[in-house]
Design a protein around this ligand. Structure first.
Ligand code: HSE
Length: 431
């Protein structure tokens, strides 16, 4: 072959970084053949050089001088897998200034400072690839950015956080309480200890939702634009009620075009998903993203959303793509934000709702409950009553309704003498 090696600098040698190093070593011949030049690891930047990095990382390559690694070793490609905002942001900007393309899995950084990074990349005529930042191994961002570039995406629904999907699966399948399912997820290493909030409060999914929405709708979306509710207030009775009604509770990242096409809604919240919907079958820590577009119709991308080797697969795929661009003297697609669709506030988003309440069943109660829905212009799709006398319960699923109208409906229902309590309110997603 004889081509000059392409130099790769790796920042971070944790669970994913060490697997990236392994793949680069184990598959070096195949990767060289696919790229047209060998990939040479020129350094591995870490916080502590004293830690043993395992058999795939040559100790002589390990350094804690990250700045020197990025700017002083003529790297063609810098792979950032450190996480966090700083020093990752500055190192990436330095890499572009030094003429290196960048691959990152850093969703928090992209969701907050994506515009700055893309602008620096474009100005330098380089590449910024980030497939591993959303849904681990699943090829999703490149399909959105490239394969669906000729289509018009209407909606993306994603299970993009494995930890919360694991917790909700345990609650659904074994009737576990939220606390017990969370403790189990922590024991298995899915949820952080002692503070699991990045996952359970939806922040991780919100960063991913911002990245997905930006690509799907050719607009700039940051994490601050994303409405976010986590799963920490979901009870076992919410999950059991959903199960009895033919639904499963999932934490969804939703990005959708508004009915008039003039804006988008981007949000993360628990939702009841019909057991017939493909997303309902996504169990445990798996991720899946369901895309609805005008020409392609419905697509689903499914697979492991985290873990060392699966995430490294996405990173090394990006390394090969960027290396090929480098070999051909060009670069991949630029950030596309021409549509500049505004992100609409959540209270104007339309969703179906499930409302369950305990009530006293006597003549006229159903009419008074239905009148409250009508008063607020919330249309009822289905209604199911069980029990009678003081022990009755009513479950209602609405047609698409405004969040603000639903909130007013529930406030009025609480004012009815016959409604003892509203036991569950949840969004319903999918047919
Ligand atoms: N903590 C994430 C999850 C993986 O549970 O899916 C990294 O984004």
């Amino acid at each position: 072959m004889g081509a000059k090696p392409l130099k790769v600098a790796l920042l971070g040698a944790g669970v994913v970084g060490s697997e990236v190093a392994r793949l680069l070593v184990e598959q070096s011949d195949d990767l060289a053949a696919r790229v047209g030049a060998p990939l040479e690891l020129v350094g591995v930047g870490v916080r502590s050089v004293a830690t043993d990095r395992g058999r795939w990382i040559d100790p002589s390559l390990v350094t804690d001088d990250l700045q020197q690694l990025v700017t002083g070793r003529s790297a063609d490609i810098v792979v950032e897998l450190m996480g966090g905002i700083e020093p990752a942001r500055t190192l990436i900007l330095d890499a572009f200034a030094a003429g290196a393309s960048v691959i990152t899995g850093n969703k928090a950084l992209l969701a907050q400072h994506g515009a700055e990074l893309h602008e620096a990349c474009d100005a330098a005529g380089l590449d910024l690839y980030f497939e591993a930042s959303v849904a681990g191994a699943i090829p999703l961002l490149r399909p959105l950015r490239e394969s669906l570039a000729g289509d018009r995406v209407q909606r993306v629904l994603g299970i993009v956080n494995g930890t919360t999907n694991y917790i909700l699966t345990r609650m659904d399948e074994s009737g576990a309480s939220y606390d017990d399912a969370l403790a189990e997820a922590q024991e298995l290493g899915y949820a952080e200890k002692p503070d699991p909030s990045a996952d359970v409060e939806g922040h991780d999914a919100a960063a991913k939702a911002a990245i997905i929405a930006g690509l799907a709708f050719h607009s700039r979306v940051t994490i601050d634009d994303v409405y976010c509710e986590g799963i920490s207030s979901i009870t076992s009775s919410d999950v059991a009620a959903a199960r009895a009604a033919g639904y499963v509770v999932k934490l969804l990242a939703v990005a959708e075009r508004s009915a008039d096409g003039r804006g988008i809604s981007v949000r993360v919240h628990p939702a009841m998903v019909s057991r017939q919907h493909p997303l309902a079958a996504v169990r445990e820590a798996y991720n899946a993203v369901f895309v609805e577009s005008d020409a392609a119709g419905q697509l689903m991308f499914y697979g492991p959303g985290a873990g060392g080797a699966p995430t490294a697969s996405a990173v090394v795929g990006d390394i090969v793509a960027v290396a090929r661009n480098r070999m051909s003297g060009g670069h991949g697609p630029r950030e596309s934000t021409y549509a500049a669709l505004p992100v609409l506030p959540v209270d104007v988003s339309l969703t179906r709702y499930y409302i369950a309440m305990d009530l006293t069943d006597k003549a006229g109660v159903l009419a008074s409950v239905a009148a409250v829905f009508a008063e607020h212009d919330v249309s009822i799709e289905t209604l199911r009553q069980e029990g009678h006398g003081d022990d009755a319960s009513l479950e209602i699923v609405t047609h698409d309704a405004l969040e603000s109208a639903l909130a007013e409906t529930c406030a009025s229902l609480r004012g009815l003498d016959s409604v003892r309590q509203i036991t569950s309110i949840m969004r319903v997603v999918g047919e």
